[in-house]
Ligand binder design. Structure first.
Ligand code: IMP
Ligand code: MG
Length: 176
């Protein structure tokens, strides 16, 4: 298995991720069967999770992608999101799919922008949640894969300066 030098240890193996994501897919199938929801992937971090998740959802659905970035290295920066790229979500059942809820600044801004478009419903599915780092108090995803401690994690779509997204597991990055 490819484990780069800066990976301290594996936090979730591919098998653990698969098992949890299958369960999330089953929950989402029960919730959205018969509703033709729109699942929106927040690029780039959520891409790997998104592709696995939707294949565990067994009902009619549509997908779309938006791009938001808030991180530079491991330091929290300003959110950049382009509203001109927004899909038409008016009167749709929408699920935003994100990699991780950290301070929750990204998702709280995205949620506000989405709600302005009057979707029929809006929910958030995040693979990881780091509640100890929350700045936007009380923010919670509707569907969460794993709650983690204050580690900086990479792999399975998550990066550090664009590296490590291809790892099939979630690993903890060594702090310098
Ligand atoms: P928030 O706005 O602070 O909640 O940050 C959310 C974004 O920061 C996520 O979509 C990730 O792209 C990035 N992020 C937060 N924590 C981590 C981490 O541990 N590893 C990699 N990216 C992270
Ligand atoms: Mg992200």
């Amino acid at each position: 298995m490819y484990v780069p030098d800066r990976i301290e240890r594996v936090l979730y193996t591919k098998e653990e991720l698969d098992t949890r994501i299958k369960t999330l897919g089953e929950e989402l199938t029960r919730e959205y069967d018969g509703k033709n929801p729109l699942f929106i992937c927040v690029l780039k971090g959520a891409a790997v999770f998104f592709c696995d998740l939707i294949r565990h959802i067994e009902c009619k659905l549509e997908i779309d992608f938006i791009r938001a970035s808030s991180y530079s290295g491991t330091l929290s920066g300003e959110l950049s999101v382009s509203k001109s790229d927004f899909p038409d979500i008016t009167d749709r059942d929408v699920v935003i799919v994100e990699d991780i809820v950290d301070t929750a600044k990204t998702l709280s801004v995205l949620k506000k922008l989405f709600l302005e478009e009057n979707p029929k419903s809006l929910k958030i599915a995040a693979l990881l949640d780091k509640p100890s780092r929350r700045v936007v108090k009380d923010f919670k995803a509707d569907y969460t894969g794993f709650e983690i401690k204050d580690y900086f994690v990479v792999g399975y779509g998550l990066d550090c300066s664009q590296e490590y997204r291809n790892l099939p597991y979630i690993g903890i990055l060594k702090t310098d």
